[in-house]
Write a protein that binds this ligand. Sequence first.
Ligand code: GLU
Ligand code: MG
Length: 450
Amino acid sequence: MVHVDPAAMETAEAALLNDGIDVVRLGYSDLIGAERGRDLLTRRFARTVGDGVAFCRSVYGTSPMGDVVDIEGGLSAGLPDVVAVPDLSTLQHVPWEPGVAHVIADLYNPDGTASGESPRTVLRGVLSRFAELGMRPVIGPELEFYVLEPCATAPTGWQRYGEGTGNVYTAGLKGDPENTLISSLRSLSAYGLDVVAANHEFSSGQFEINLWHSEALDAADRAFRFKIAVQELARIRGKRATFMAKPFNDEGGSGFHLHFSTLDADGQPLFDDPGGEDGLSAVARHGVAGVLAHAPALAALLNPTVNSYKRFGPDTLAPWLVDWGLDNRSAMIRIPPERGRAARMEVRLGDASANPYLAVAGLLGAAYLGIRDKLEAPPKLEGYGYDPAKADRLPADLGAAIGALEADHELRELLGAPFVAAFVAYKRNELERFSRWVTDWEFREYSYHL
Ligand code: GLU
Ligand code: MG
């Protein structure tokens, strides 16, 4: 039986009603970071969440095409329940939906045990391992995305919004004729996401909004909400915001760079050491080594789609090799020049399609293994980073990354075997469907001469 604190729910209900909130949206992440949830009437909130809110467990295993993938304990087990319990510390008014507040839920099995497939649960598990070391990881997420507008003549029905050349780091109407960025920045800030800056990214129609760093669970919650909110705000304008890794052949991909450092139990930074090599502590170096050592498996979580692997490559600003360097944007891990409290690693591996909870859990899991086992990093990259003679290549496709995740017993144990089994089953289904689909590339390449 799931325990829900009735007094806390009743207090929250009264406060919400007092604030003019008549609907609470209860939401949580599925395996791919899409939001699942329900809108609850506030005046029935405490009653409705009394034993948790039941959902069919197949929510974790529903593909983007709406198929129910048979992850363990799903279809073949008779589609049992999972139960969502609001985490009241995450309650937040939704500025663009007057009268609506949003709350993030934790997911449980009906017997009260934590639901192993829930991405937020997976992250909580990894954080508990850091807590055993007396460490509190800090994450700063950077997300890139494209904004699209409907186009009747485009084969996909969508074209890039605000098409123009060379608009990287421009602000204003040039690359954003309807000022969507400023209005999104304001709405996202009012939504409590602690966004700090927004700019036009490298490619036409591509934007980036930075979130301030905070402790890992809060940062993952904000990144999850951010993606859902950016998509929702675009819908209000009749547009589509997409975080897919590489939507276009003629433009670059969208990254999900994660800035990572850790504090000790007293809040002191652990990555800085003025006497250490490059001003970095041993903990920082071991953390880097862990991320490098587990990179192929990590790719399955940070680069989780068939499309993700088209973002990698030489001269892309996305990584291609498993390497690290000091202030070097061609490396998979960049150590930004700041030290002191700002000493950190920027992991540039992830693309924007990654589920924020799983991206953070995977990254922290790999770093934890490096720190725990005192792994030493290979020599750092100097200069040009896209030379395959200097370091191993990242997995070439999703199948290779999924295989690496399955084979990485340490990371699998850390993330939880039931979660990894569900994730692998889900992704194998995606790979199989893709392998049978005839693409436009094949028709172009073969239909005329062959
Ligand atoms: N768009 C690049 C990527 O996919 C990153 C560009 C940048 O350095 O901000 O990772
Ligand atoms: Mg960027």
